[in-house]
Design a protein around this ligand. Sequence first.
Ligand code: DAH
Length: 360
Amino acid sequence: MTDIATLERDVLAAIDSAADEAAVEDLRIGALGKSGSISALLKTLGGMTPDERKEKGPQINGLRDRVQSAIAARKEALGEAALEARLASERVDVSLPVQDGPEARGRIHPISQVIDEITAIFGDMGFAIAEGPDVETDDLNFTKLNFPVGHPAREMHDTFFFAPDENGERKLLRTHTSPVQVRTMLVQEPPIRVICPGRTYRNDSDQTHTPMFHQVEGLVIDKSANLGHLKWILEEFCKSFFEIDDVKMRFRPSFFPFTEPSMEVDIQCSRKGGEIRFGEGDDWLEILGCGMVHPNVLRNCGLDPEVYQGFAWGMGIDRIAMLKYGMPDLRPFFEADVRWLAHYGFRPLDLPTLTGGLSS
Ligand code: DAH
């Protein structure tokens, strides 16, 4: 009897002073586990006479029940205390200003932004995106586009040529995105409706020219595509892109080997106070070249000009980015200066859409 009372006192005292839940668990194993002290007492019941068991049974079982509930109570108390301590140490001051994470501090380069804007506008009109490599063949950059060998128009492009390879072929850095037209027509049956944004290269550098720059090409080929469609598409594009309600455009006759007729397109602007504004004024600013795809180009791409016709245009992305966002010099676009990017860049989570706004 003394044994049971002493054991109970010792075990309950130990439980009471256990410092954490792990210590309580150790005590539980020591008392009620397989070889625990109380389990050993319970085992002695089997060897007792019925009279002894009548007396000791309730004592030992009572001891087990009291120790069990003391362990449960201590575990609960310790658990609550641990939670209280955690809540106190992890307290959040909800009145603090929100801290920007890196994803909110980064900036989208204006060229990427403008390409996304252009893609959103033409995507909405049903155009797909086509791409081609920066390193191009002479054939796709010039010959298939109806530049005759030795024609002066080839020289006008200030081309970067590579050294001839083992077959004597001289690759080049594409001087325009027009070879992507050819690549598209060579593999895709009309109707074709694509835009081709990408990098282009010419040996030229000043305030508005960099050796690497960006163009976006447009191409529509089917059985009836005509200049009326081209004019509508370009007008809708300019209104959406420059975010103005109305725009006047001027189509001037021009020359490109790959289009006939060829035109250059100016848009109405005002230059009052040294600032260019679109949709007003009586000045003009050239923004792109375009025309009906030359029958020779269609033929070079395996399309019958008696069946198919279409139009194409090419536009400088950097130039329209400068115009839209009022950047005076093209060169800093490619100098990777984070201060410039912090000023002219766009928030990464503001994706341009026609419904949500292109640039806001
Ligand atoms: N490739 C021309 C250039 O870089 C731009 C151009 C003009 C593209 C007329 C076209 C076009 O598709 O039809 O100067």
